[in-house]
Design a protein around this ligand. Structure first.
Ligand SMILES: Cc1cc2nc3c(=O)[nH]c(=O)nc-3n(C[C@H](O)[C@H](O)[C@H](O)COP(=O)(O)OP(=O)(O)OC[C@H]3O[C@@H](n4cnc5c(N)ncnc54)[C@H](O)[C@@H]3O)c2cc1C
Length: 370
C-alpha cells in the first residue's frame, strides 16, 4: 500500500485528500495523510476569506487565455466534483452583473472591449433589463452587462462540509503542526515521515521549498468585508467598474454578502487598513443603500499565492508534486487543477480515477515534469 502525504488543507489540499480517499474506495487503497499548520476549520483560511466566484469571463480581462479556458472547464467540472464527493454545497450559477455609475460609463465600455470571450457569453443590458434581473438596483445604473454563465460557491459551507467529511474519513489528519521539507525529506514535529508521494499544497507556506526556485512565489494581498444585510436582496455577484478600484459584492447564505476585494502587491498579512475598509464600504453603499444598516460580520485580509507569471503551476520532480500559484483563481480553477493532478499521479504510476466523465489530456502549460 502506498502512502500519499498531502501538505496543507487549504482549498486544493482538502479537496485532493477527499478525492484520493474516494478513489481508494474504488479498489486502489493508498494511505493518505493530510498535514495542516492550523485547525482545518480555521476562520481566516485564504479559501474561507475568498469571495469564491467562478468567473472566467470577468477574469478574462486580466487573465491569460489558458486561465480562461481552464476556468470554462471548471464551470462544468464543479457540479461533478461536488456530486462525486457527495457534498451538498452547490455551484450557484446565475451569472455576474457588471455595472458602472453614470460618470464611469467608459469604464464599463473599456471592460467589454477587454473581454476575451465570444459575444454570445454576455448580454448588454438596458436599465429596464437590469431592473428585471436585480430589482433592487432600480434607478442606480443606466446600463449593465450580464456575464450569463458565471457562478459562485458558498465557501464557508464548502469548508465546513469538507472538514466534516475529512474527519469522518479514514484520512490521517495532523493539525496544528507545520510540515517541513528538507532535502526532499518530509519532517513533521521534527520527525521524518516516510511516504511514497509528497503533494505540496501549502500555498504561501511552500515559498521557501519550491521545486523550481527560478520561479519565485509572492503574496498578493486581498482585503474583504463580510456583512449581514437583511435589507439587501441581490441574487448574483455584482461587479462595479470604477476608475480607482474594481469592487464586487457576492451574495452568500442567510443575507450575508462578501464585499471585496483589494489587490495589493504585498506579502504583508497585517489586518485590513482603514482606507481599504472605507473604500469598500462606500462603494457597496453606492450600489445599494440597504448596506447602511448592515452588520459587519468580519473584516479580513489574506494573501493570494502567486507566481511571477500569475499562472498556476503543477510541478513534479521525483516523488514530489507541487500545486501552487492559484492567485485569485483558486475557485475558478480548482476542479480542473485537481483533475489534472489525478491524471498526473496515474501517469507517474499511482493509480487513481478521475472524478469527471470527460477527461482532457495533461495540459502542458499547467503541468511540468522536471
Ligand atoms: C480576498 C480574496 C478573495 C478571493 N476571491 C476569489 C474568488 O472570488 N475566486 C477565486 O477563484 N479565487 C479567489 N481567491 C483566491 C483563492 O482563495 C486562492 O487561490 C486559494 O485559496 C488558493 O488555494 P491553495 O489551496 O493553493 O492555498 P491556500 O488556500 O492558501 O491553502 C494552503 C494551506 O496550506 C497550509 N500550510 C501552509 N504552510 C504549511 C506548513 N508548513 N505545514 C502545513 N500546512 C501549511 C495553510 O495553512 C493553508 O491551509 C481569493 C483570495 C483572496 C485572498
Amino acid at each position: 500500500m502506498s502512502h500519499i502525504a498531502i501538505l496543507g488543507a487549504g482549498l486544493v489540499g482538502r479537496l485532493l485528500a477527499l478525492l484520493l480517499a474516494k478513489s481508494s474506495e474504488q479498489n486502489v487503497a493508498p494511505k493518505i495523510s493530510l498535514f495542516e499548520q492550523h485547525d482545518i476549520n480555521i476562520n481566516h483560511a485564504t479559501g474561507r476569506v475568498a469571495a469564491a466566484m467562478v468567473a472566467p469571463l470577468a477574469e478574462s480581462v486580466i487573465a491569460s487565455t489558458n486561465i480562461v479556458a481552464m476556468g470554462q472547464q471548471s464551470l462544468l467540472l464543479w457540479p461533478q466534483l461536488l456530486q462525486h464527493l457527495q457534498l451538498t454545497t452547490q455551484l450557484q450559477q446565475s451569472g455576474t452583473l457588471v455595472v458602472a455609475h453614470r460618470q464611469d460609463h467608459n469604464e464599463l465600455q473599456h471592460f467589454v472591449q477587454r473581454l476575451k470571450t465570444s459575444a454570445s457569453q454576455y448580454q448588454k443590458l438596458t436599465s429596464a433589463q437590469l431592473q428585471a434581473l436585480e430589482p433592487e438596483l432600480q434607478g442606480n445604473f443606466n446600463h449593465g452587462l450580464w456575464l450569463i454563465d458565471e457562478a459562485h460557491i458558498d465557501n464557508h459551507q464548502l469548508y465546513d462540509e469538507t472538514a466534516n467529511a475529512l474527519r469522518g474519513s479514514n484520512i490521517h489528519i495532523v493539525e496544528q503542526c507545520k510540515a517541513h521539507l528538507i532535502d526532499e525529506q518530509l519532517f513533521v514535529n521534527q520527525q521524518p515521515v516516510d511516504c511514497d508521494w509528497i503533494i505540496d499544497c501549502r500555498g504561501m507556506g511552500a515559498k521557501d521549498n519550491l521545486i523550481n526556485p527560478a520561479t519565485p512565489l509572492r503574496g498578493v494581498r486581498g482585503e474583504v468585508i463580510r456583512v449581514y444585510a437583511p435589507d439587501v436582496n441581490l441574487q448574483r455577484p455584482i461587479r462595479l467598474m470604477h476608475p480607482r478600484y474594481a469592487l464586487y459584492i457576492v451574495p452568500k447564505a442567510n443575507h450575508q454578502y462578501v464585499i471585496g476585494a483589494t489587490e495589493i502587491e504585498s506579502s504583508d498579512d497585517k489586518k485590513p487598513s482603514v482606507r481599504s475598509t472605507l473604500e469598500l464600504l462606500s462603494a457597496a453603499y453606492s450600489i445599494h443603500k440597504g448596506f447602511a444598516e448592515a452588520e459587519i460580520v468580519d473584516i479580513q485580509a489574506a494573501l493570494r499565492p502567486t507566481f511571477m507569471d500569475n499562472e498556476p503551476h503543477i510541478v513534479s520532480h521525483g516523488n514530489r508534486i507541487q500545486i501552487n500559484g492559484l492567485y485569485r483563481h483558486g475557485y475558478l480553477l480548482a476542479p480542473y487543477v485537481l483533475q489534472q493532478t489525478l491524471m498526473l499521479l496515474s501517469q507517474l504510476g499511482e493509480p487513481c480515477s478521475p472524478f469527471a466523465v470527460s477527461v482532457s489530456p495533461l495540459n502542458s502549460t499547467l503541468v511540468t515534469q522536471l
